[in-house]
Design a protein around this ligand. Structure first.
Ligand SMILES: [Zn+2]
Length: 355
């Protein structure tokens, strides 16, 4: 697709989801969800609440043309990289113990179609992430917990870094980003399950993981990765976000499979392997594209945040912060779904909080 086609496709797709939401979650007479398109080249998205917490929701999601164009072009380039098989020998070694069909891109779809499927995955994830900030009233939560009124929106990528946030404010920002990611992933998985079943669902899971890994790796700078209990800035490092998302995907799908909600016949190990193949291939794509040096690979590849220097301390602060604010999120969410609410497993808590 060329740029005008990409914009037309994205606007049409996002409009249809927004219309559906205006007939369901935003169906009260004065409630409204609006999408504003910014005609600039920046890679950015915003979530802007316009209603008070006590009023029916009036919410705006702002997306730039630059974001939707770059998301597609990265996916297109990633697919060409996989099709060219330039790193196939490395993948064959890395994935040699994986069972079944280990191809990363599906044979049953035309290249144009799997590009579009992946693009829908990435667009949906960005959109649902913004929607989660609004649904969980994160601006209200933020102002309440840091006792201010100066936050009026959530901005994703062009956040002013001249004075990075610190301490409690930074920790709350980070945990709310993870909470928005969590809800967005649950919403995306539900959409996948609604549209696909059996083998098609299996292939779609892989494409979805590739697409969001592509989007997340775009923003990952391994030289800036530094984790500790002293959290700084407005967003978690991109690789930390991916390291929370991947287990969420395989654990959720494993639960759906065990509850007979899906019928992929995949066990937990198969699901881990699909996520691993898709995310690793996106990692290698960006490793080549960004010309990352091999000594930075340890910071570049996903290894699990708990295994990183300072990772356990970082997660301790995140979990403790979440435990304080979660009751307010539950109280104020526009549509509360326990499955959509960020959750740290007891196993992770034991590992992180033991020291
Ligand atoms: Zn966000």
């Amino acid at each position: 697709m060329d740029n005008p086609e990409i914009i037309e496709f994205a606007v049409s797709f996002i409009s249809s989801i927004t219309n559906d939401l205006n007939e369901s979650l935003y169906s009260q007479p004065t409630a409204n969800l609006n999408v504003i398109w910014k005609r600039d080249d920046s890679f950015n998205a915003r979530a802007i609440p316009k209603s008070r917490i006590t009023e029916p929701p009036v919410h705006i999601i702002e997306l730039t043309y630059g974001l939707v164009i770059q998301l597609y072009n990265d996916i297109d380039e990633y697919c060409s990289y996989i099709e060219n098989k330039s790193d196939q020998k490395t993948f064959d070694i890395l994935f040699k113990d994986h069972s079944g069909d280990t191809s990363i891109l599906p044979c049953h779809l035309e290249p144009e179609d799997y590009r579009k499927n992946m693009y829908i995955g990435a667009l949906t994830w960005v959109y649902f992430h913004e929607l989660a900030h609004l649904n969980q009233e994160h601006v209200y939560i933020l102002n309440k917990f840091i006792d201010t009124k100066h936050h009026s929106m959530y901005e994703e990528f062009n956040v002013n870094k001249s004075e990075p946030l610190k301490d409690k404010e930074a920790a709350i920002h980070h945990v709310l980003e993870l909470a928005a990611d969590f809800e967005a992933i649950q919403s995306c998985l539900r959409e996948l399950i609604r549209h696909f079943e059996g083998d098609e669902l299996t292939k779609s899971i892989g494409l979805f993981v590739s697409s969001i890994s592509c989007a997340i790796y775009k923003l990952h700078n391994p030289t800036e990765l530094s984790l500790s209990s002293d959290i700084e800035g407005s967003h978690p490092p991109s690789i930390v976000r991916l390291e929370q998302i991947l287990p969420q995907i395989w654990e959720s799908l494993d639960l759906y499979e065990k509850a007979n909600i899906i019928d992929t016949k995949l066990n937990r190990k198969d699901l881990v392997h699909i996520c691993d193949r898709s995310a690793t291939s996106a990692c290698f794509f960006w490793f080549r594209k960004k010309q990352i040096t091999t000594e930075k690979m340890r910071n570049f590849i996903f290894v699990g945040t708990i295994n990183r220097p300072g990772g356990k301390l970082y997660l301790q602060t995140i979990i403790k912060t979440w435990d304080v604010i979660k009751p307010e999120i539950v109280k104020n969410s526009r549509m509360l779904d326990e499955l959509n609410t960020l959750n740290f497993t007891e196993t992770l808590r034991d590992l992180v909080l033991e020291c």
